[in-house]
Structures are given as structure tokens and as C-alpha cells.
Design a protein around this ligand. Structure first.
Ligand code: MSP
Length: 528
């Protein structure tokens, strides 16, 4: 049994289906939304890199129904469809600006999605009952809450304990769905510790399983008419979260698509319960397979405070991209974002990291290899076997050699788990090691001596390090990695090329020279 599962693990995947949450169109995208999308994008790019023939379905999109959106359109004095078009397009264009390579962009207002919701409703309808709901509704979170899930603020306002957002009393006829009969099935699914990552969120869900209850799956049309009508009951609208979750089936081509189930759902910690409790239970009720993995990420704060419109500290990704370049912002978010705990966005920090890692550690190393004094003919130097042998006594080279030989495997392990920051850590440590190696060997002095064979070997090792680093960075900063690989004249950029070619690099670089064009890989940012 063990042997079978081990060998199955090694069979290359033929397809990869990864999703982001679909974004509410009640406001424009911010860096937190972009972060969700970047995690999925980096993962999809990595899968393609290790397995170029893989079929990728990477979906994202906008969640356009429900009271919150209806009210946002009213507040903006716009028809709701026009309002949805505008915000949905701003997501689409932001993602394009940041090279988010989704293969599907779904809008819940599309006909194909509405059809899918109706079909799914019919599937789970036998598990529903009709009845009165009395309780609290939090419009900002689009969720029903029980008495013990709310509290009063000092001003006496009732709010959700979890999100702190206001709630309103609801007394209405709804279609209800009891989650409790599915407890055992849910527990079975959760019994695999890899199901929900990071572990902290798996632990939270395992506790939630003991606290299942009855939920409402519709709202009276008189209260919410911006939504999918309940099939066969024109007086009711499908609950926006059911509508939204079904987007994952719509993009898979349900009921005919071959992509189901998803390999990974990426979602933020605030919507864990919807993805880790409601969604698997709905799928069980519909007799469908469950997602293989859910990757939950924490949130971005700004200068240690929660981002909020009232505080006016919401960071617009497009503006930040202009200030730091799109590659710079991608790099920062994936380098500093850790899934298990909140990240802190600050202008000082972003500048410091980008200057130190992209401009100095990587950019400057490239410049030095292309400097007139040591590489006047811009050659991708070969290594002289004898001079190269002599390097083996250099402790910096020995460390670099060790790092480069395991770089592909170590980084792949982290990327596979969507822990991009750990992969980037390895790459940066390798580049730092290469900088020490370069400094220590003083190539600018060798250029003036007659030890040109040694100079060639130093340049060869350094260029090889840059080549491998650039290949591994492709999922993180595709545009920047592309510029670096162009400069190095590297055609084959697949993952299997991340291995040092110490003695002869003829096969990988043709012709054997660097691009004769000056590039600044990353322009230093001014720290005020
Ligand atoms: N529409 C629902 C999701 C439905 S999926 C079937 C929704 N939308 S949202 O626009 O409010 O949030 C979308 C994603 O952005 C969520 O994963 C959420 O966690 C994430 N983020 C919202 N604020 C964030 C930060 N400050 N930081 C990081 N991610 C953040 O929920």
C-alpha cells in the first residue's frame, strides 16, 4: 500500500487546477487581493516549469451578487451591472499589470455561472428544508451569525465577534441546510494533515467540525434581489456564498469538465470556514469529489495596522507597482508574505528589501560580470578545467557548489508547498554566497594579471549562479527573470536546467556571449 502511494506520488501530474477566491466588487483591488492572486500565479507558473506539458487551469474572477455589492452600487449612484463591470474590469487589468497568468476569469453574473448555480442547487435541494430564520446577518461578511457569534461594542453597536463588522436583525423565510449530518464525512476528509495548510489553519478547522449548525442557503428576494433566483421559487435568491463557491465548478466545466477536483484552493484566513466547512459539505451533499488541498494565507497589515478605508491606509497595487515596479511589488509580497502569520507592508521595508536583494545582491553581481575591465567582450565565460580544480580549495566556492547542486530540489520543495518565501530565502542565500566568492577572488585584480584562466573560471561560476537563480525566480518575478535570462542569452529555461555546468557550458548558452545591451536589472530606490 505504502509502495503504491509512493510511486503514484512520483507520476507527473497531467493537469493542475488552482483557484483564487473570487473578489467582491464592492471596492477596488488592494495589495491583499493581489497577494491571493500572486500565490496562485506563482504556483501555476512553477507547475508549468517543472512539467511543461501539464494542462493548467488557473481560475480567478469576481463575486458580484449579494447585498454588499447592491448597496455599494447604490452608494456610488450607479446601476448595479455598470458598477460590477467597472470594478470587475479593474481586477482584470490589475492582474494583467502584474502578470497574473490566470487561464479563466469568472464573473458570477455570467449566464454560464448562473446556470451552474441552478444545477448545483437542484443537486443539493434534497438536503434542504424550508423554514423561518431569525437571527443576525452581517452584510460586510455576507454571513448569518448566531447570538454567541456577536458582541456589543462600547457604543452599543452589535458586531460580529470575528470580524468586528456590524450586524442587522433578520427574520425571514429561507431554505435551510443542516451541516451536522456531514460531520463524519468532513472529519474523514480533514484527517489528512496535508489537506489544509499551514497547520495552524488545519487545527482551527478540526475544532470547527465539532460545532456544526444549520445554515440558510437563500434570502427573500424582497431583501436581496441582486443574485441568482432559487430554481422554482421566484420569491427567493440563492445565498451569495453558495453562489460564489460554485464558481469553482463553473470554471471546471461542470458537469462535463475534466478538471474536477481542484488541486489547490487558495484563500485568506477570513474565509476559511466557507472553504473548509461549507464547501466540502456542499460537495459531499452533491456527490462530488472534494478539493485536494486548501492553502490558507494570512493578511497584510500596513505599518502594523489593519488595512481599512476608514483609516485611509489601503494600498493600491497599481500605485505601488508604479513606485517599486511590478516585479518589485511581486517580489516583496511573495518574499515577505508568510501564510501562517500576518505580513506588514511598509514603504521603508519594501525599499530596503528591494535595494538589498534585487538591486545589490543580484543586479550588482550581474553588472560586475559585465564590467568593461573584467569582461570587455561580454562573454559567457567557460571554465578552464585546471583553474577550476584550484577553486575547490576555496571555502566560498565549496559552499556555493553545495548550494547550487541542491538548489532545484530545495526550492522545488518549498514552491510545491506554496511557501514561496522559503524558496526565495534559498535563492538569496545562494546569491549572497556567490557575492562572497566573487569578492574574495578579486577578479578585477586577476584581469590585470596574467591569470586569465582563473578569471574565466570565476566569471563562469558567477554567471552560472545568476543563470540558475534567474530560472528559479521565474514563478516569482517572471518579467525580471526574463530580462536577466535574455541578458545571459539563455534559451532553455526549464527547471531541469537548474544544475551547474562547471566544465563546459556549450550546451546551455549559444552563442557563447552575453547580450550586448546594457540593462539595469533593478534600479536602486531612494530611501528618504
Ligand atoms: N467574495 C469572497 C470570496 C468568495 S470565494 C468563493 C471574498 N472576497 S474578498 O474580496 O473580500 O476577499 C478576497 C480575498 O482577499 C480573500 O482571500 C481575503 O482573505 C483576501 N484579502 C482581503 N484582505 C486581505 C489582506 N489585508 N491581506 C491579504 N489578503 C486579504 O471574501
Amino acid at each position: 500500500m505504502c509502495g503504491i502511494s509512493r510511486s503514484l506520488k512520483n507520476v507527473p501530474k497531467t493537469s493542475y487546477f488552482i483557484t483564487t477566491p473570487i473578489f467582491y466588487v464592492n471596492a477596488s483591488p488592494h495589495i491583499g487581493h493581489l497577494y491571493s492572486a500572486l500565490i496562485a500565479d506563482a504556483s501555476a507558473r512553477f507547475q508549468k516549469l517543472i512539467n511543461p506539458s501539464i494542462n493548467i487551469l488557473f481560475s480567478t474572477g469576481t463575486d458580484e451578487h449579494g447585498l454588499k455589492v447592491q448597496k455599494a452600487a447604490e452608494a456610488n449612484k450607479m446601476s448595479v451591472d455598470k458598477y460590477c463591470d467597472i470594478i470587475s474590469n479593474s481586477y482584470r487589468s490589475t492582474f494583467q499589470t502584474f502578470d497574473v497568468g490566470h487561464t479563466s476569469f469568472i464573473r458570477t453574473t455570467s449566464d454560464r455561472h448562473k446556470k451552474c448555480v441552478s444545477r448545483f442547487w437542484d443537486k443539493i435541494r434534497p438536503h434542504m428544508t424550508e423554514g423561518k430564520y431569525t437571527g443576525w446577518y452581517c452584510m460586510a461578511d455576507e454571513t448569518f451569525l448566531s447570538e454567541d457569534q456577536i458582541e456589543r461594542t462600547n457604543d452599543g453597536v452589535r458586531v460580529s465577534k470575528e470580524s468586528g463588522r456590524p450586524v442587522e436583525w433578520a427574520e425571514e423565510d429561507n431554505y435551510k441546510f443542516d451541516l451536522r449530518p456531514f460531520k463524519e464525512d468532513l472529519q474523514n476528509w480533514l484527517s489528512d494533515p496535508h489537506r489544509i495548510k499551514p497547520k495552524v489553519f488545519h487545527d482551527i478547522l478540526c475544532r470547527e467540525v465539532n460545532d456544526l449548525y444549520e445554515i440558510s442557503l437563500s434570502r427573500p428576494k424582497s431583501r436581496v434581489d441582486w443574485g441568482v433566483p432559487v430554481p422554482g421559487d421566484s420569491g427567493q435568491t440563492v445565498y451569495v456564498w453558495l453562489d460564489a463557491l460554485v464558481n469553482y465548478l463553473t470554471v471546471s466545466g461542470y458537469p462535463d469538465g475534466g478538471f474536477w477536483p481542484p488541486d489547490v484552493h487558495v484563500c485568506g484566513k477570513d474565509i476559511l470556514k466557507f472553504h473548509g466547512v461549507f464547501w466540502p459539505i456542499f460537495l459531499i451533499a452533491a456527490g462530488l469529489q472534494l478539493p485536494k488541498r486548501i492553502f490558507v494565507h494570512s493578511h497584510w497589515k500596513v505599518d502594523d495596522e489593519k488595512m481599512s478605508k476608514t483609516k485611509g491606509n489601503v494600498v493600491d497595487p497599481v500605485g505601488a507597482g508604479r513606485a517599486y515596479t511590478e516585479s518589485g511589488l511581486r517580489y516583496f509580497l511573495l518574499r515577505e508574505g508568510t501564510a501562517h502569520s500576518d505580513g506588514n507592508y511598509s514603504d521603508v521595508k519594501i525599499r530596503r528589501i528591494l535595494n538589498s536583494e534585487l538591486a545589490d545582491t543580484m543586479g550588482n553581481l550581474l553588472n560586475r560580470c559585465c564590467g568593461k575591465a573584467i569582461n570587455p567582450h561580454l562573454i559567457y565565460h567557460k571554465s578552464n578545467p585546471e583553474a577550476f580544480m584550484n577553486l575547490s580549495t576555496d571555502p566560498n566556492f565549496r559552499e556555493l557548489d553545495q548550494r547550487l547542486n541542491k538548489l532545484a530540489d530545495v526550492v522545488a520543495g518549498h514552491y510545491e508547498e506554496l511557501n514561496f518565501y522559503k524558496g526565495i530565502d534559498e535563492i538569496v542565500a545562494t546569491l549572497q554566497c556567490c557575492n562572497r566568492f566573487f569578492e574574495h577572488n578579486r577578479p578585477w585584480e586577476l584581469a590585470k594579471s596574467d591569470d586569465l584562466d582563473k578569471l574565466s573560471s570565476i566569471l563562469h561560476v558567477t554567471l552560472e549562479t545568476l543563470r540558475m537563480s534567474a530560472i528559479t525566480l521565474q514563478p516569482i518575478v517572471p518579467a525580471l527573470a526574463d530580462r536577466l535570462l535574455n541578458k545571459l542569452n539563455v534559451d532553455n529555461r526549464n527547471w531541469d536546467q537548474i544544475k551547474p555546468n562547471w566544465i563546459d557550458n556549450n550546451e546551455i548558452v549559444n552563442p557563447n556571449c552575453l547580450q550586448n545591451k546594457n540593462i539595469i536589472l533593478f534600479k536602486r530606490l531612494i530611501i528618504s
